[in-house]
Design a protein around this ligand. Structure first.
Ligand SMILES: [Zn+2]
Length: 385
């Protein structure tokens, strides 16, 4: 017996009602999707996090033994705390052609379209499968999808290509920058500021590191160039700093964070090595005063930059399905670079406008869902041809 059919809007209504803010469990939503797919005769493979309170979901429609087209999206949403909403963010509200609710644009709208397309895809004899890949913890650094990607090509069939449905207004995005972040901790020795030479001033040493970072920032601005992006080069910025305890104490510690927004092709490992080399040259004078002094540099997150070859089949397929001739580059990051780096060519293409993502009163045009359904309808036609 065929399972139930719902419109994308009806499914979006359900998906929004699960509060999947990144720090909360996404399991009720995943169980709902698993149950819905099971009603259509589809088995889901879940990949849990260590605490087993979140999971990725993978399912295949059509042939189960070859790689096909992956449709990928994240189930988590950003917090509503501190935002002024006119409606309940976890209840779908439609007004004047707009659908309001947390995640409507980023990116439960796409998930709802994919689920709404399941009965249509299931009714066809597909020459190649469609894989559903739903992740968690995208909004806190694309960390959740990684264990599922690690299974692709092992116990899960690796898609031939992936379409990541982050909001692009259904434009085909073939490149984005990647944010890579580090935390730097400088540990010195505190003394009364009248006895400064007996201490190791953590803020002063941090200042030298900041000087080196400024030099790298300038180097990046003057070397790499990719005019698809604005700004057209990789940037480095110090984003946080904290240090010292009182105006009459040589500070024992200084901690700061910096990030690189990397263009595709930039080797951020080389940047990290340059900063570490510079830090290691500071250690001798620090240790001459205090053996316990030190500098630690930890990468806290790495979302790789993304670029797919213009002649890759995933680009021509996505352009055909989007009925477009143009590809685009964007400044926000997605999971596409992770799929791409794992050997699966990817594009980003999904309903909604990124300008509404993460905002109070987040909304999506209802017509964007229709456009995404048309895109998936053409995919279904293409695979059954
Ligand atoms: Zn997103």
């Amino acid at each position: 017996m065929p399972g139930p059919t719902y419109s994308a809007k009806e499914l979006l209504d359900r998906l929004i009602s699960f509060d999947t803010t990144s720090h909360k469990t996404n399991l009720p939503l995943i169980r709902f999707v698993e149950d819905y797919l099971a009603q259509h005769g589809l088995a889901s493979s879940l990949t849990f996090n260590e605490e087993r309170d979140k999971a990725n979901l993978y399912a295949t429609i059509g042939p189960q033994d070859i790689g096909g087209i992956g449709l990928s999206g994240h189930t988590d949403v950003v917090p509503v705390a501190g935002q002024n909403w006119d409606t309940d963010p976890f209840r779908m509200t439609e007004r004047d052609g707009r659908i309001y609710g947390r995640g409507t644009t980023d990116m439960k709208g796409f998930l709802a379209c994919v689920l709404a397309a399941v009965p249509m895809l299931q009714s066809r004899r597909l020459s190649k499968p469609v894989h559903i890949l739903f992740s968690y913890d995208e909004e806190i650094g694309c960390t959740g999808v990684r264990p599922m990607i690690a299974r692709l090509g092992n116990d899960l069939i690796k898609p031939e290509m992936v379409i990541v449905g982050e909001p692009t207004g259904m434009r085909v995005v073939t490149a984005h920058k990647g944010p890579v972040r580090w935390d730097v901790d400088v540990h010195g020795r505190a003394v009364h500021s009248s006895m400064a030479p007996l201490g190791v001033n953590a803020i002063s040493y941090a200042g030298r590191l900041l000087g080196e970072l400024a030099a790298i920032e300038e180097h990046l601005a003057n070397t790499s160039r990719d005019t698809r992006f604005d700004p057209p080069y990789s940037t480095l910025q110090v984003t946080l700093i904290k240090g010292g305890t009182a105006t009459n104490i040589v500070p024992v510690s200084c901690n700061f964070g910096f990030e690189v927004r990397a263009l595709p092709g930039l080797h951020t490992n080389a940047i990290e090595q340059r900063v570490k080399d510079y830090a290691s040259r500071l250690l001798a004078p620090m240790h001459a005063v205090a053996k316990e002094a030190g500098i630690s540099i930890q990468q806290t997150n790495c979302v790789p930059p993304f670029a797919v070859d213009a002649d890759s089949p995933v680009v021509s397929l996505a352009l055909e399905l989007a009925e477009s001739n143009h590809t685009h580059a964007v400044s926000y990051a997605t999971e596409a670079g992770l799929f791409q780096d794992a050997g699966t060519p990817s594009v980003v293409c999904g309903p909604g406008d990124i300008a509404q993502a993460h905002t109070a009163n987040e909304w999506i045009e209802a017509s964007e869902l229709d456009r995404c359904m048309e895109f998936l309808g053409r995919l279904s036609d293409r695979l059954s041809a």
